[in-house]
Ligand binder design. Structure first.
Ligand code: F6P
Length: 363
């Protein structure tokens, strides 16, 4: 049977297990043999039993589990030529030249580089005598299909990425819990949420949690934001509100690119309002725990579609990402989505916030 690999890479995200399960079972149904590449690209670089066949039962009872049962890692070796050569060799030892990669924007970018390098890597392996010219000729191209798994929701083109909805649930549970203690003491809480360079989690949590102020990287506040924030919080208090909540994305900056941390916000409140605000950094609880219903079913549909795609794609054709877009499961061109995601980041870095929003909206 045709052999395909599945791996999860980068930060884990709730729902990755549902996607892995769907890839494995769809592949088996289609008569293929799926393999797990354990610990993300690190497993491919390491080889040995880090690449192992999976049967139907290996992915039983995992739908409801957080994290990823096949492990994940951020793998610096895979960025080097030597690491990529080792990964190619180890995949070929199992006859694998088709892969479903579930990971964030960085992981998919690395995957695309590896795919492009594949023919050159095989030529080097032939030259060093590690594979025969016949083996290289039998696997002329690497077929990859991506699924975006990241709580950050930072890939242009996808409505939601795996884990984002569950992370938002986690954040909202925390905000609700903090609200009651904040109200008792008439306190302001400053809550820092994850998202790396993306403010999606912060913005949506602020809207869904009824928060007073939010700081996100995509729209750094104008000079004088401290005064604006304090005025809004004071107005809330005057209107009878007992608790206040400011959400700070971990990647929030001012317009000069300097980070604004939760502690900075706390200091502003102390200096200007004489308030002793409390800071809560939610951290990895956001990535932990059970996947939401949404993440389970969406990841299942993405996994089924990705397995079908990777098994039927012609070698040498442009790779795609399977993502939910406009409420449908769609095939998006991988390289184009990666390019568009980078463009948004570059526009933000250059201070063209409106351009970034427009680029994200139209890609
Ligand atoms: O990309 C997911 C994410 O959780 C980001 O939101 C966060 O910045 C980062 O990963 C944390 O990485 P690590 O788990 O390596 O500390």
């Amino acid at each position: 049977p045709v052999r395909i690999g599945v791996l999860t890479s980068g930060g884990d995200a709730q729902g990755m297990n549902a996607a892995v399960r769907a890839v494995v079972r769809t592949a088996l149904r289609m008569g293929a043999q799926p393999y797990a590449v354990m610990e993300g690209w690190a497993g491919a670089v390491a080889g040995g039993d880090a690449i192992r066949p999976l049967g139907w039962d290996a992915v039983g009872s995992v739908l409801h589990r957080g994290g990823t049962i096949i492990g994940t890692a951020r793998c610096p070796e895979f960025r080097e030529r030597e690491g990529q050569r080792a990964a190619a060799l180890h995949l070929l030892e199992h006859g694998i030249d088709r892969l479903v990669v579930i990971g964030g924007d960085g992981s998919l970018t690395g995957t695309n580089e590896f795919r492009k390098n594949w023919p050159g890597l095989l030529a080097e392996l032939v030259e060093s005598g590690q594979i025969t010219p016949e083996t290289a000729a039998a696997h002329p191209a690497l077929v990859v299909t991506g699924i975006v798994g990241s709580i950050d929701n930072d890939l242009v083109g996808a409505d939601m990425t795996i884990g984002t909805d569950s992370a938002l649930h986690r954040i909202l549970e925390a905000i609700d819990d903090i609200s009651s203690t904040a109200a008792s003491h008439q306190r302001t809480f400053v809550v820092e949420v994850m998202g790396r360079h993306c403010g999606y989690l912060a913005l949506m949590a602020a809207v869904a949690g009824g928060c007073d102020y939010v700081l996100v990287p995509e729209l750094p506040p104008a000079d004088g934001w401290e005064e604006d924030m304090c005025r809004k919080l004071s107005q809330g208090r005057q209107a009878g509100r007992r608790e206040s909540m400011v959400i700070v994305a971990e990647g929030a900056t001012d317009r000069a690119g300097n980070r604004i941390t939760a502690e900075d916000v706390k200091q502003v409140l102390a200096d200007r309002l004489g308030e002793k605000a409390r800071v809560t950094i939610l951290g990895h609880v956001q990535r932990g725990g059970k996947p939401s219903a949404y993440d389970r079913w969406m990841s299942t549909l993405l996994g089924c579609t990705a397995a079908r795609e990777v098994l039927t794609a012609e070698a040498g054709t442009e790779p795609c990402i399977i993502a939910e877009r406009h409420n449908r499961i769609e095939r998006l061109p991988m390289m184009e989505q990666i390019r568009a995601t980078q463009e948004v980041k570059d526009l933000v870095a250059a201070g063209d916030y409106l351009g970034a929003v427009q680029a994200r909206g139209t890609s």
